[in-house]
Ligand binder design. Structure first.
Ligand SMILES: [Zn+2]
Length: 203
């Protein structure tokens, strides 16, 4: 089934976390699935991310020129990103055994797909035209290692996605209030009335 890349699926607020969230319900072995299983979806994600992450990527266009070749590198980078920042968000610290694979997969992506970085902020330089998704994801993941970024990474209280909390007081609990916040409220209401269980997601 084709994914519709809605704004909700870009709730990570930053490209590397949007990519991490392409695995849905990581903590539920029976319901988890990977939106990047099909090569086509990685290409379609790149197209959507070009619009949703325009500011972060310097207004360049994200492309996946060789989906078959890039997919294993993108997936490995995604998994290393999720592992490090999920753990860092929960524990408040970065473990070197999670940092080493992330740096390794960032290096592989950047070696495969060169990109110029901006001089004044953490992101690709504007005006390059087309850049490869894997290079942009690597730059995005590296930017999250800065302590002022890292300490704002949260795990959604409903669906388990990672997101960057840009709110002033740093108190966001949901990746997306309109989806996960409301779902959780509805579920609480349902349980009070019926004693039901279960988690609804619209990932
Ligand atoms: Zn959520």
């Amino acid at each position: 089934m084709e994914t519709i890349w809605t704004p909700h699926r870009f709730s990570g607020e930053v490209l590397a976390l949007d990519v991490a969230n392409t695995v849905v319900l990581r903590d539920d072995p029976h319901r988890t699935f990977d939106r990047f299983e099909q090569h086509d979806e990685i290409v379609r994600f790149a197209r959507a991310a070009t619009a949703f992450r325009a500011e972060e990527i310097g207004g360049n266009t994200l492309a996946v020129s060789d989906p078959t070749g890039a997919k294993p590198r993108i997936v490995a980078l995604r998994e290393a990103t999720d592992a490090l920042f999920r753990d860092a968000s929960a524990s408040g610290a970065v473990q070197s055994e999670r940092l080493a694979p992330l740096l390794d997969h960032c290096a592989r992506a950047l070696a495969a797909a060169p990109v110029m970085l901006a001089a004044d902020h953490a992101g690709p330089k504007a005006g390059q035209g087309t850049i490869e998704l894997e290079a942009a994801v690597a730059v995005s993941a590296l930017s999250l290692l800065a302590p002022d970024m890292r300490r704002r990474i949260r795990i959604c209280g409903n669906c388990g996605w990672l997101f960057l909390d840009r709110s002033r007081n740093g108190s966001r609990v949901w990746c997306d209030m309109t989806v996960c916040g409301n779902r959780r409220k509805a579920r609480r209401h349902y349980r009070r009335r019926r004693g039901g269980e279960g988690r609804q997601v619209d990932a």
